[in-house]
Ligand binder design. Structure first.
Ligand code: NAP
Length: 546
């Protein structure tokens, strides 16, 4: 790593933390305003999530024609997605193409982790420090560091003693891993586990899956891109993008539900669920009726339909029952999409271990021990998730000359206004952070919407000879209350999910994403801007400081 402690500090208009989908779009958009920008990326390549998560079977669970940038019609017309859902290598190829096509690389500094960001109120300037000691000065700072970018390996006793190899889904070796002939253990059955388990099972001599909580998963029904579908979609792209922005998930192509599930006769309802099951796709399923995420009785019908599918697929009734989730309503944890997940448990070389009833006691030299049994393993895979939504920002020492520290400000849970800014931390923007609908939507749509809003705000400041923006504490508090009230009107808080910080021991239990829908959120952001940035204080720092 280069020692940059002796080089002169770099002076920017906007420092961007992260070189993933959000950081790259921020470079493009803010450069368009004539601003001097630079993104700092910890990885040795661009791509963020899609750079790091290289585990077998890693694939997006939103269809490729939707999960892509919309800011350039030429780009969306030119790029050819080979399959219905993009694989990790394909999406990474796409991101690299975008970086080259829009000449973004010259403003991305790779292999560079930002360790601190300090705001000097008098100078009205952020100073960022990198892990090699480099100093960067910038008027504005855009945190595009990701929501699921801080991998988490649980604090199991004895992990250092393990003589085999272990891996985390979010830190997968670039050269890949061949599990052929090996005894493998996978811990975790979230989206990552559900995708990798069928593939690892095909290689491993034996695979033990250590499941604490069963998760709902639907068939992805992946396949080659149908040329006619692609042609039609591309012909209507701009209109389709606009229509998607009018939906809660920012994903188009599904008829808006009109009926409540409880109002419909059982036979008709099951027919509708069956059609969605055959079609594939999680949003489609949850969009079958208007009330699946707000009414438990309605949700029970959709949950039971999937439980029955699991029972019909998995031959061993005991295993099937363990795989059938009963502790949370469907959709309140991220609904997984899979290819042959449940079928995999019919293989003779796959064993499901219930670590809810018999928890993991320790990792041993030769494997893993639960309270009751020792499992001999050559390799262990942690599909155990991330310190979601706040992890990346909490790892950076963010503070101001007034003595405010982001870690303290967020001690009881993250506080933001619109998920975009934090009171007391002027000129620092967050992309798809807590309080934003990002993780509950087609992520790239949220990224573009957030970055566009930030760009418009900076443009507005510049045009009015202003140079400081921050939310009022009241606007922040009102937004946090609104985010909670909306969550409480749904079934989401019934699940112990990473949305709640429930996967990290000691993390405050606060529902973090805004689940009021992308459509409502965007409207609110637009209104706030149209009303002169309502809830924000805009000023000129030399006037403030005088
Ligand atoms: P996750 O959803 O947080 O799942 C982590 C899994 O590890 C859970 O099954 C969890 O069990 C288990 N676990 C954690 N600590 C454990 C412990 N101490 N003992 C036993 N089990 C433990 O993480 P993820 O699967 O990486 O997914 C995170 C998010 O990334 C997803 O929700 C999704 O938003 C995104 N993602 C998307 C895709 C896609 O687009 N296809 C793919 C992968 C990830 P509990 O449930 O009991 O905590």
């Amino acid at each position: 790593m280069p020692d940059a402690s002796h080089t002169a500090p770099r002076q920017l208009d906007v420092a961007i933390v992260g070189g993933g989908l959000a950081g790259l779009y921020a470079i493009h958009r803010l450069r368009g305003l004539g601003l001097k920008v630079r993104a700092y990326e910890a990885g040795s390549g661009v791509g963020g999530t899609w750079f790091w998560n290289r585990y077998p079977g890693a694939r997006c669970d939103v269809e490729s024609l939707e999960y892509s940038y919309s800011f350039s019609n030429e780009l969306q017309q030119d790029w050819k997605w080979p399959e219905r859902y993009g694989t990790q290598p394909e999406i990474l190829r796409y991101i690299n193409h975008v970086a080259d096509r829009f000449d973004l690389r010259r403003d991305v500094q790779l292999n560079t982790r930002i360790v601190s960001a300090h705001f000097d109120g008098k100078a009205n300037e952020w100073t960022l420090r990198t892990d090699s000691g480099e100093e960067i000065h910038a008027r504005y700072c855009v945190m595009a560091a990701g929501n699921l970018s801080t991998p988490r390996v649980p604090d199991f006793k004895g992990i250092r003693n393990f003589k085999g190899k272990w891996y985390h889904s979010g830190l997968w070796p670039h050269e890949g891993v061949d599990f052929t002939g090996r005894r493998v253990g996978v811990i975790g059955t979230g989206s990552s586990g559900v995708q990798m388990i069928p593939i690892i099972a095909q290689q491993a001599k034996h695979l033990h899956v250590f499941q604490r909580t069963a998760n709902f998963s639907l068939p992805a029904r992946n396949g080659p891109m149908e040329p006619e579908r692609e042609r039609r979609h591309k012909a209507e792209y701009p209109a389709r993008r606009a229509a998607a922005a009018e939906t809660p998930f920012a994903i188009g192509g599904y008829a808006k539900p009109t009926k409540k599930a409880i109002e419909v006769a059982t036979e008709e309802r099951n027919k509708a669920y069956e059609a969605k099951w055959q079609e594939g796709g999680s949003i489609s399923y949850l969009y079958a009726y208007t009330d699946l995420l707000v009414n438990k009785e309605s949700n029970d019908t959709a949950s039971e339909f999937v439980r029955n599918k699991i029972r019909a697929t998995v031959k061993d009734p005991k295993t099937a029952e363990l795989l059938a989730p009963k502790d949370h309503p469907i959709g309140t944890k991220r609904l997984c999409l899979d290819t042959n997940y449940y079928e995999t448990y019919n293989r003779p070389n796959v064993t499901l271990v219930d670590v809810r009833s018999d928890p993991i006691a320790e990792i041993t030299e030769t494997g893993l021990r639960t309270g009751k049994q020792q499992y001999e393993l050559d390799a262990l895979v942690f599909a155990t998730g991330f310190d979601a939504m706040t992890g990346a920002l909490r790892e950076i020492d963010v503070r101001t000359s007034d003595g405010a520290m982001l870690r303290d400000h967020w001690e009881g849970g993250p506080l933001t206004y619109l998920g975009l800014m934090v009171s007391g931390f002027p000129n620092m923007f967050v992309v798809t952070g807590p309080g934003s609908p990002g993780v509950k939507t087609q992520m790239i749509a949220s990224i573009e919407q957030h970055v566009d809003w930030i760009a418009d705000a900076l443009d507005h400041l510049g045009k009015h000879q202003l140079d400081r923006i921050e939310p009022t504490p009241k606007a922040e508090m009102d937004w946090v209350h609104h985010v909670n009230a909306v969550a409480d009107s749904t079934l989401y808080p019934l699940a112990n999910s990473w949305y709640m910080g429930a996967n990290i021991p000691g993390k405050p239990r606060v529902f973090m994403p805004y689940v009021g829908g992308f459509d409502r959120y965007k409207k609110r952001c637009d209104e706030v801007a149209a009303r002169g940035y309502e809830g924000f204080t805009l000023s000129r720092h030399d006037v403030v400081a005088a």
